[in-house]
Ligand binder design. Structure first.
Ligand code: PMP
Ligand code: GLU
Length: 402
């Protein structure tokens, strides 16, 4: 009965695994369990004071009406300036649409460009929401499986093999969630060269972790000739400015796509939160290298990354990857499959995450949600004390498996 009232569209998509695991850990905490949540990717830092001040001022200045659907003109200008300054991208303000998080920006893109049955090529591992948002828009995700031995990078040949006459788009992120993989400038150039032979394919570049990288600067694929006029660049303030709850992101897209996104968004949310938009102008005008809060956050992530990789490599059966950015590690844990502590047998990534949640009270996310069931995801967006304690508990629980 209940099935009849819901759409097929909803049955075809899965719940967000990152948010589901966080919900489980919250429920256990409410029951009194001392759960350490390494499942969600949100910075455990506060919003820099100069951004908070701008938001408070926006409230006092009565920014309480509906903003323009695509965002305040000043913010769209600030986005174009930021994309020029930091990324070498040349979008005009009318190509920018400000959204309720990068998540909505991505949903908007797929709703704007996909017809039922259109295919979108997605390198795996991928962020959990790409595939489900493609399905929500009645498209079909086509996976390109990558290997930990190749740093989870998709080669142009692998991507080419996934392209068909139905391919409408390609989506990827660098730095990647869940692997933290960062593509080099040369690697992106060769992917861009591949797509220059496919003029009908839109490239969606999710750059939300752009500033959280440990090897210098990242490259935006939209700089390369041959594809630059059909790249949608997505970014937001959730990660670099520690503002996930403010829900502010944006897309920069070819004009017809930007107009379609505006049309979709105008019917769904009427535009992003006005106060957050005004604060975002101040945030984007700041140069990250001059922002001490940001530099301190990045330094802390770098230290935690080194620590967590070392601890994971000391746990028998866990082989960490070597992330160059974001705040995740995505170790291969397949050697643990088939082991048991006498009470619970670990048959897969879901069993392992449930075992670690119940036994060690640490919340992680199964790799299958990101398209790789041999791995699990650790988020190190948590304090060093929490990470240490979590790894002590995980090590103990894993050593009980024989
Ligand atoms: N892209 C990636 C790769 C992410 O990890 C996230 C996580 N939130 C998002 C987009 C969406 O970010 P938000 O909606 O908070 O801007
Ligand atoms: N992107 C973060 C994560 O992967 C936040 C949760 C979500 O929206 O998926 O954990």
């Amino acid at each position: 009965m209940e099935n009849n009232i819901l759409s097929n569209r909803v049955f075809k998509m899965s719940e967000s695994a990152t948010l589901a695991m966080t919900k489980k850990s919250r429920e256990l905490k409410e029951k009194g369990f001392d759960v350490i949540n390494l499942s969600i990717g949100q910075p455990d830092f506060f919003v820099p004071d100069f951004i908070k001040k701008a938001a408070k001022q926006a409230i006092d200045d009565n920014f309480s009406g509906y903003p323009p659907v695509s965002g305040y003109a000043d913010l769209r200008n600030a986005v174009t300036e930021k994309l020029k300054r930091d990324n070498g991208l040349h979008y005009s303000p009318d190509q920018i649409v400000v959204s309720t998080g990068a998540k909505q920006a991505i949903a908007n893109v797929f709703l704007a460009i996909l017809n039922p049955g259109d295919e979108v090529v997605v390198p795996a591992p991928y962020w959990v929401s790409y595939t489900e948002l493609i399905k929500l828009a009645e498209g079909i995700p086509v996976y390109v499986n990558t290997r930990i031995e190749d740093e989870f990078k998709a080669s142009p040949d692998q991507i080419k093999a996934a392209i068909t006459s139905k391919t409408k788009a390609f989506i990827f992120s660098s730095p990647n969630n869940p692997s933290g993989t960062v593509y080099t400038n040369e690697e992106l150039r060769s992917i861009a060269e591949l797509f220059s032979a496919y003029p009908n394919i839109t490239i969606v570049s999710d750059e939300i972790y752009e500033l959280i990288n440990f090897g210098g600067k990242t490259t935006s694929i939209g700089i390369f000739d041959g594809i630059k006029d059909r790249v949608v660049t997505v970014n937001g303030l959730s990660k670099a400015f520690a503002m996930p709850g403010w829900r502010l992101g944006y897309s920069a897209a070819p004009l017809p796509i930007a107009k379609a996104i505006e049309k979709v968004q105008g019917q769904v949310t009427s535009g992003a939160n006005a106060v957050a938009q005004v604060a975002a102008i101040t945030a984007l005008k700041a140069n990250p290298s001059d922002c001490t809060e940001f530099q301190e956050m990045k330094k802390a992530f770098n230290e935690r990354r080194d620590y967590i990789i070392r601890r994971i490599s000391d746990i028998p059966g866990m082989i960490p990857n070597n992330p160059g950015g974001a705040f995740y590690v995505f170790p291969n844990v397949a050697e643990l499959y088939g082991l048991s502590n006498g009470e619970h047998t670990i048959n897969n990534d879901n069993d392992l995450c449930m075992y670690l949640l119940n036994k060690a009270n640490v919340a992680l996310v199964p790799g299958s949600a990101f398209g790789d069931p041999n791995c699990i995801r650790f988020s190190y967006a948590a304090s060093m004390e929490q990470i240490k304690e979590a790894l002590d508990r995980i090590e103990k629980a894993v050593l009980e498996l024989k």
